[in-house]
Design a protein around this ligand. Structure first.
Ligand code: CDP
Length: 217
């Protein structure tokens, strides 16, 4: 194992599509192992928020790249990042190579903390931390994911129909999986975890068993 590999050995990479339950799982895993946690989707959401707040078209790659470079000087309240419109806009900027390239180093710096870290996203196991000691790819059917997102959004007072959210999820899946740079896909050595019929506690227990097996092996 090279020194670079050793640095990432205690990283837990959690990837998966929108509303698959990866964020909830990653947060619970981080609490269980006492590790720092990074929700990398928030980085793309911040870039999208900055482009929109500055009055630019979300498809404008130059302004999106400039927003990445200026990210350290800005802060956003979490409620400004979690909405439906920002999830969609985030997936537009996330397909831009300059945006992805500009966000790689900060994610790797976070991952390289001495005791390890938990990161969730789309490309943690494939691009950001291919040397992660444990990789999970979390999935659920589009209908189950839409129902979860529907509950989450209406719980926060953002009205939307189930059908509209299902359409969002299908569109985002297609964009995230179809882009040429770091598409959403499971790493070859990731373990697939289908959460469609599982409770959060069951998902956590299954994930801990996977991490322990990887660490033992
Ligand atoms: O919470 P949800 O799964 O809906 O979205 P998110 O994880 O906050 O990510 C929002 C968007 O950012 C995704 O649709 C992806 O296009 C993009 N993203 C990415 O490309 N790579 C990551 N590591 C994380 C998010």
């Amino acid at each position: 194992m090279s020194p670079a590999d050793a640095r990432y050995r205690r990283v837990i990479a959690v990837d998966g599509p929108a509303a698959s339950g990866k964020g909830t799982l990653a947060r619970r895993l981080a609490a269980h192992y006492g590790l720092p946690y990074l929700d990398t989707g928030l980085l793309y959401r911040m870039v999208a928020r900055a482009v929109i707040d500055d009055g630019h078209d979300i498809r404008d790659a130059d302004h999106a790249a400039a927003a990445v470079a200026a990210l350290d000087g800005r802060s956003f309240p979490e409620e400004a990042l979690r909405g439906r419109e920002i999830g969609e806009a985030a997936s537009v900027v996330a397909a831009m190579p300059a945006v992805r390239a500009g966000l790689i180093e900060r994610q790797r710096r976070f991952a390289a903390q001495p005791g390890g870290a938990v990161l969730d996203g789309r490309d943690i196991g494939t691009v950001i931390c291919p040397q992660a000691g444990a990789k999970l790819f979390v999935t659920a059917t589009p209908e189950v994911r839409a129902a979860r997102r529907h509950r989450e959004l209406t719980g926060r007072g953002e009205p939307a129909t189930f059908d509209a959210i299902l359409a969002d999820i299908r569109r985002r899946d297609a964009r995230d999986s179809g882009r040429s740079d770091a598409p959403l896909k499971a790493a070859e050595d990731a373990v697939l975890l289908d959460t469609s019929a599982l409770t959060i506690d069951e998902v956590l227990a299954a994930a801990i068993a996977i991490v322990e097996a990887r660490r033992a092996g």
